[in-house]
Design a protein around this ligand. Structure first.
Ligand SMILES: NC(=O)c1ccc[n+]([C@@H]2O[C@H](COP(=O)([O-])OP(=O)(O)OC[C@H]3O[C@@H](n4cnc5c(N)ncnc54)[C@H](OP(=O)(O)O)[C@@H]3O)[C@@H](O)[C@H]2O)c1
Length: 320
């Protein structure tokens, strides 16, 4: 089968399409014929090998790439109870840092706990756009932000992968949503449900008069004191993205912020994949696809995502 691999860290040019052995499902694993794979900034961090500890974790030698996937179950290993051959699934083809498998491939074998049945009303490409960013948006707003009906929620980075899910999920929770994006994305962010849109090229959201109950910050380009200034008295600031060094400094600061600053890392779990599947099937959430690439164009896809101006999600269409 064809798969994307790399042997050295660096620019997306290190990514190669190679013939590798088709995996067989081990006990508890599901062999998925991948139809589409979502591209995340995480993939780019893996390729460039920065922060440096990724290099230690990933080691030398041939490495696969890719987390998000949607596809069809080809075979199941022993003790698999939830899936059978022919099921259409979505989820993650890789467990965080573990580099044994990757979804940028024609087939991947993954533990069944990393998969759920695909939403029936979207394409494989749309389903592959969901897992990492959809779970991050859901868990950030629901578990960390505890967003309630009528609350004011601001999404900084509303036009990207996490942002386009966060705007729609916050709306589904009944919040009054403000999206922050650049001029070219204002219409799109409004169309997916934002009640108010702030164009960051003209206005700084931390300088306004509105106070927010929850700020989900995917960009982290404003200081903590500036963000705290626009929080309501019980408000929470939840940084989920931005430079890894900034994430680490905010984590160190968190214990001294009296619960106002809440950092977190999203976790893959079937229950939450099913929550998002239901939201998609109910029409409350629709994945936004920016571009679709072929498997052999993965380097270009990663380069585009690395530039940081994705409008929704970038996916790789495979097989089918
Ligand atoms: N905590 C977690 O569990 C977790 C999980 C997944 C990802 N992450 C992190 O989340 C980040 C990636 O998020 P993503 O996948 O949503 O990114 P993305 O798809 O690459 O989107 C980035 C978006 O940010 C917008 N943007 C750029 N500069 C901006 C600014 N100054 N103000 C407002 N918006 C701006 C861009 O829009 P324009 O083109 O209009 O500028 C673009 O639409 C990474 O830092 C990643 O490490 C964290």
């Amino acid at each position: 089968m064809r798969a994307i691999v790399y042997r050295e860290f660096g620019s997306p040019d290190v990514l190669k399409t190679e013939e590798v052995e088709k995996p067989a499902p081990a006990d508890g694993e599901v062999l998925v014929a991948v139809r589409a794979a979502g591209v995340n900034t995480f993939d780019w961090y893996m390729v460039r090998g920065k922060p440096a500890f990724f290099r230690l974790l990933l080691g030398s030698g041939r490495k696969p790439l890719g987390v998000d996937l949607a596809g069809t179950v080809e075979a199941v290993g022993r003790n698999v109870t939830r899936f059978k051959s022919g099921d259409q699934v979505f989820g993650t083809g890789r467990d965080a840092m573990r580099a044994k498998r990757g979804s940028f491939a024609e087939y991947v074998s993954v533990p069944e706990k990393m998969l759920a049945i695909k939403p029936r009303n979207v394409t494989f490409e749309q389903a592959a756009a969901v897992p990492v960013v959809g779970l991050t948006a859901l868990q950030g707003l629901r578990d960390r932000g505890r967003v309630e009906r009528g609350q004011k929620v601001l999404i900084n980075g509303a036009s990207g992968g996490i942002g386009t899910f966060a705007v729609q999920i916050a709306k589904a929770f009944g919040a009054d949503v403000t999206g922050v994006c650049s001029t070219r994305n204002v219409d799109m962010v409004r169309r997916i449900g934002a009640d108010h849109v702030i164009d960051y090229t003209r206005e700084n959201f931390t300088a306004g008069v509105t106070r927010y109950d929850v700020i989900l910050d995917i960009v982290s380009n404003q200081s903590w004191p500036a963000c705290r200034r626009v929080l309501s008295p019980g408000g929470k600031y939840i940084p989920v993205g931005g430079p890894p060094s900034r994430g680490i400094s905010l984590m160190l600061l968190e214990p001294f912020t009296r619960g106002k600053l809440v950092t977190f890392v999203a976790r893959v779990n079937v229950g939450d994949l099913n929550v998002i599947r239901e939201m998609i099937e109910a029409g409350a959430v629709t994945p936004v696809i920016d571009r679709s690439y072929k498997l052999e164009e993965t380097a270009a896809a990663v380069r585009y995502v690395a530039a940081g101006h994705t409008r929704g999600k970038v996916v790789i269409a495979i097989g089918g």
